[in-house]
Ligand binder design. Structure first.
Ligand code: NCD
Length: 362
């Protein structure tokens, strides 16, 4: 079964097939209005969402399919203590495809391990958010026209921002990508991203202290919100929340062709005086999210019929039951019955990484 848990589950070809299909959907909406007739999408949202859940819903409706699910885990059997694995087995009896958002890192992986229908990760904790990445890529394609040879600045919460992690992973498939990391010391990109993604795939990156110093070099400025809900300590959040704010004055330093992306929701990191600037692409980005999710749902349902299309959930060299994950938010530490699974690190350190969340063992 083909799932989408992480952007790396898609080959470059598959990824481009989805983007190309989204572009065709944009030009020929009517052609796709019955593609999912008789099919059901289950949206299982254990964490707040506006855009992602509603764009999945709108996408399935535009494909002629139906949607069921929950948007608050309090209204589901999770509040009675049901595990992600059991909920998935139950939903398999009702739906043809699942989109899951969860605060536990690795939840979508566990769901996919227990599913005979495709599972889409709609965000797992601060780990990964591959459908936002497809949205971002479609936006870059439409606004900039290419993925190779782009210089992209990521600004804000690069530690907890799952959309940042997933987009860098996807861009690592392209050549000549330069990544500029603009974040306070406390919110820098996690080590696994630098070592296992940037270093491994030759993505050139550098860390800077201000957006002003790089603004003129950028093709894309990817702004993010500081992820308040991931902080264990509120004072720490208060210290970093106002670090980087993009306003019309700072934007004067940018080139006319630069584009500003933001997965949204925005808090205060982009001043509203930027919204009317043609370089502000974040509301156009939202609509791209619906088109690309239409393409993804259609493709995954098509691939589900093809036994050669599979997602490798557990690597062949995984080690079972030997280590404990150091990440408190990893599903292996939060739910019973989740087997400890680690794979050798991809950074020549001789270490291991958790299969669910990519953290190191304790
Ligand atoms: C993002 C998310 O949920 O990670 N939002 C979204 O899906 N569009 C970004 C965020 O919440 O800051």
């Amino acid at each position: 079964m083909k799932h989408l848990i992480d952007p790396t589950d898609l080959s470059k070809n598959e990824l481009e097939e989805i983007i190309d299909l989204a572009l065709d959907i944009i030009d020929n909406r009517q052609k796709y209005s019955e593609v999912c007739k008789g099919k059901k999408l289950a949206t299982l949202f254990y964490e707040p969402s506006t855009r992602t859940r509603l764009s999945f819903t709108a996408a399935m409706m535009e494909l002629g399919g139906n949607v069921l699910g929950f948007s608050d885990a309090k209204n589901s059997s999770v509040s009675k203590g049901e595990t992600c694995a059991d909920t998935t087995k139950v939903i398999n009896c009702f739906a043809d495809i699942i989109a899951m958002r969860h605060f536990e890192e690795g939840a979508a992986t566990v769901s996919a391990m227990n599913s005979n229908i495709p599972v889409i990760n709609a965000g797992d904790g601060s780990h990964s958010h591959p459908t936002q990445t497809l949205t971002d890529l479609l936006t870059i394609k439409r606004e900039i026209g290419r993925f190779d040879n782009i210089t992209i600045g990521f600004c804000g919460d690069l530690k907890f921002g799952r959309t940042v992690h997933s987009l860098i992973k996807a861009l690592s498939m392209y050549s000549g990508v330069k990544v500029i990391l603009i974040a306070p010391e406390q919110l820098r990109l996690p080590d696994y991203m630098k070592e296992e993604v940037c270093d491994r795939y030759g993505v050139e990156y550098r860390e800077v202290d201000t957006m002003e110093e790089v603004m003129g070099d950028l093709d894309v400025l990817y702004m993010t919100r500081v992820q308040k809900e991931r902080f264990f300590d509120e004072d720490e959040y208060d210290r970093v929340k106002d670090f980087f704010i993009l306003d019309a004055e700072k934007l004067k330093l940018a080139r006319p062709e630069m584009r500003i992306l933001h997965p949204l929701p925005r808090v205060n990191e982009i001043s509203t005086d930027v919204d009317a600037d043609p370089r502000a692409a974040y509301f156009r980005q939202v609509e791209n999210g619906k088109f690309v999710r239409m393409a993804l749902i259609a493709k995954l349902l098509e691939w589900a019929k093809d036994p050669s299309k599979t997602t490798k959930l557990v690597p062949d060299d995984a080690v079972r039951g030997k280590f404990i994950c150091r990440n408190k938010r990893c599903i292996s530490n939060m739910e019973t019955g989740v087997e400890s699974l680690f794979r050798p690190a991809h950074d020549n350190s001789g270490g291991y990484r958790c299969v669910y969340c990519e953290s190191k063992p304790k």
